[in-house]
Design a protein around this ligand. Sequence first.
Ligand SMILES: *[C@@H]1O[C@H](CO)[C@@H](O)[C@H](O)[C@H]1NC(C)=O
Ligand SMILES: *[C@@H]1O[C@H](CO)[C@@H](O)[C@H](O)[C@H]1NC(C)=O
Ligand SMILES: *[C@@H]1O[C@H](CO)[C@@H](O)[C@H](O)[C@H]1NC(C)=O
Ligand SMILES: *[C@@H]1O[C@H](CO)[C@@H](O)[C@H](O)[C@H]1NC(C)=O
Ligand SMILES: *[C@@H]1O[C@H](CO)[C@@H](O)[C@H](O)[C@H]1NC(C)=O
Ligand SMILES: [Zn+2]
Length: 503
Amino acid sequence: MQTTRSLSLRLGAALLALPGLGAALPSNCSIPIVRDQELQDAVTIEALYAHAEALQSRAYSTPGRNRVTGSEGHNLTIEYITSQLAALGDYYSVEVQPWTGATQQFGEIAFSVNGVEYEAADVEFSPNATISEAPLSIVPNVGCEAADFTAEVADTVALIHRGSCTFAQKATLARAAGALAVIFWNNEPAGVVQGTYGGVAEGVAAGGGISQADGEALVALSSNTTLTASLTITTVIETVFSANVIATSKYGDPDNILFLGAHSDSVSAGPGINDDGSGTIGILETAIQLSKYRTRSKVKFGWWTAEEAGLLGSEYYVSTLTEEELLKIRLYLNFDMIASPNFILGHYDGDGSEFGEVGPAGSAETEHLFEEYYESLGLNHTATEFNGRSDYGPFLASGVPCGGLDAGADEVKTPEWVEMFGGTAGIILDPNYHQAGDNVDNLNPFCLEVMSKGIAHAVATYAGSAFAGYPPRESPEKRSVEQKLQKKTTLRQPPHNAFPVPI
Ligand SMILES: *[C@@H]1O[C@H](CO)[C@@H](O)[C@H](O)[C@H]1NC(C)=O
Ligand SMILES: *[C@@H]1O[C@H](CO)[C@@H](O)[C@H](O)[C@H]1NC(C)=O
Ligand SMILES: *[C@@H]1O[C@H](CO)[C@@H](O)[C@H](O)[C@H]1NC(C)=O
Ligand SMILES: *[C@@H]1O[C@H](CO)[C@@H](O)[C@H](O)[C@H]1NC(C)=O
Ligand SMILES: *[C@@H]1O[C@H](CO)[C@@H](O)[C@H](O)[C@H]1NC(C)=O
Ligand SMILES: [Zn+2]
């Protein structure tokens, strides 16, 4: 803050001293500094729905009916964002940062045992498999040790419990033991396992996931029945060309940056209007409304590609920043799923009070800002895990203070949450998570509006004040120690959405 104040004083003095330049002053100063309530009021549910419809109609205009990284639907999403920003004149300078990498474009699975079909999901980045009538074997424990895979696993479809280590580790051990393929059964009642191998993987068995109930039933049945499985998995994995979009505001101190981000891609199953169309449009509409104001801090908005494939776009962007550039980011705010139909009103646990992971200095203050925001509206709120499993992960791992709002993905709603937020206990917070039904009709408008205005509140508070009273960035020396610690805890974690529950 000190830097900003002395800088503007110096500029002010210079302008007063030079009448020629002074003439330009009124027109700039006729744009007011951003005002909190005004900005919140300007972010309307009507505008948010118009953006949501725009994203959905673009997805549905393509053969895949989705916005998966590298698809036409995703390209149209990027075009929509950049054209909306371009309409604001020169308020933002917009960078389209090319990115290329492997992503799964298509996935399909059919799994049956003794002629009975089971609901299943392909593991992302799984190899193909065509298995007709092979024995189903039950792997003991959770399949994280070579010793869990006995000779009996060879030439079978191996049923493995989820938990403790990655899907890739289990599938590698299974393949080494001669398994034809693996099926993971869930360790929580949230539905079928939606796993990922985290990228193109060598030496893994083809994999799928089923529900906890189906897994338990198969294990029980195996005690007295011979089980014969058939399994077909088809995935299409392609190296695709895509892009991040980064918009930087015209006004404000470039050494005190407020950064907001959301991912622009969906999974292949559907248009992804909550995940993460909601975050995409929440920050987009805030960016649009902000253009009527000046800010004291520079504001950057990032729309990240390939989050669903493993935070790839945001990780790439962060890797292109120098140490110096990273230190100029005072705060990174992430918004991934802010309109879940069976929502909770969540804020990342930056102070570690619920989940024990404390973020870099500032993360706690930001969590408290959001807590106070909800409280000012008379609303309940709850902390959500601050584990780097969405696009803030790479920023956090680089020592940047982080925060964000979160309405929930595949966590099962508890009776306590129903008391606090309404909704339905015993089902997940977004029943359409990673499915075709993640569309405009299934957004929760109340949650979308509250959280989008929360974004506006954070922008007005921080960018309007140049982070007055906010903790300074920690020194690089201290940070590098913390960074190492955080890398241990965050980079090992899979992304939020591709890999909802890590293990
Ligand atoms: C101030 O306004 C003038 C005239 O509209 C414009 O040319 C100039 O770029 C503005 N300066 C800033 C810093 O925006
Ligand atoms: C998407 O855009 C990229 C360039 O950014 C292009 O290479 C690619 O062919 C496009 N994909 C589709 C499916 O249109
Ligand atoms: C799976 O098979 C399809 C053809 O049916 C092919 O296009 C695709 O590349 C294969 N996937 C993998 C991962 O080899
Ligand atoms: C086999 O076990 C299953 C599950 O425990 C049970 O439902 C079924 O009745 C048993 N069948 C026989 C023939 O014992
Ligand atoms: C907040 O949660 C409590 C239960 O903890 C509930 O009684 C109250 O009605 C909730 N308030 C709102 C506004 O939902
Ligand atoms: Zn997401």
